[in-house]
Design a protein around this ligand. Sequence first.
Ligand code: PMP
Length: 352
Amino acid sequence: MAFSLEKILRPHILSLVPYSSARDEYTGKEGIFLDANENPYAAANGQAWNRYPDPYQWAIKEKLAPIKGVRPSQIFLGNGSDEPIDLLVRATCTPREDNMILLPPTYGMYQVSAEINDVAAIKVPLTSDFQIDTEKVLAAITPHTKIIWVCSPNNPSGNSVKREAIYALLEQFSGLVVVDEAYIDFSDEPSFTGELDKYPNLVVLQTFSKAWGLASLRLGMCFASEEIIKVLNKIKPPYNLSGATQQLLLEALNHVETKNKMVRDILAERARLGTNLLSLALVKKIYPSDANFLLVAFENASAVMQYLIDQKIIVRDRSKVLLCDGCLRITVGTTEENDILIKTLKEFAVVA
Ligand code: PMP
């Protein structure tokens, strides 16, 4: 189906003249800068944070592009993935008129962003094995559907969504298909970033919060066509990533091997944790995971949850979430943390 960005953008976004910052108007690096009402002095602690940062983070994008196999102009960086999630909704969905499709159980922010923006969210549940019911999703599309949100690997179930289903949506839906790959580094599946040049309606989200271990920096990545990225740049707050964040990220990008090693360690621990959990009688089922967490069905999830809290071990109760009856979501920790979890669960089995 033909995709037209003009058709899916809200009309006022299409015609919006964005804020033009001093750093937009003069991009040279050398000179006496008297254009941005900055303080000419570095702060008392000697740190030079007195200048506004690059609004488009080009140094980072140049470095990140070859790592991700995309062009710098196909990258948007935000304050966590939550920033591009919200910007995508705001760019495309007119409140009380347009809608988007969510596939529960899934990451909660798509729904919250819909509510913040007063946009309807049509829910088409995943199947019992957490796969997309393509026919039902296609049938749920209305002339006002602007975005379909796919989370793969999916949170909270952990599995990857079958690629054919995502291709079917990309091919048969004329709005945006957003594939949230926050957990992609923990999966053997290739990223959908490799499909960007083929599908103009594809948007891929990733994050530095998981595999890279940088959750506190708040850094989300959005990959899409150059024209979609231009729209996000147009509506973002001018300096959405601080200079300090940019500096820390540039440094972190020199250490891809460290990230890969952390991922390998977490994957080994995921396998070990899974085997250990399965040996416990109170564990009914562990869902296959391509992420850094396991969705685990327990005999008595709320009692287990409470016992773990009493022992100062905090997992996520997903037992009230659609298709996740009796389930706790457990993030893979360090070897030591996982050992304590297993030991504590064995003790629960004795006291219960
Ligand atoms: N997407 C998914 C699927 C997630 O599970 C999470 C975090 N729980 C995020 C995005 C948020 O990532 P960020 O820290 O970049 O906002």
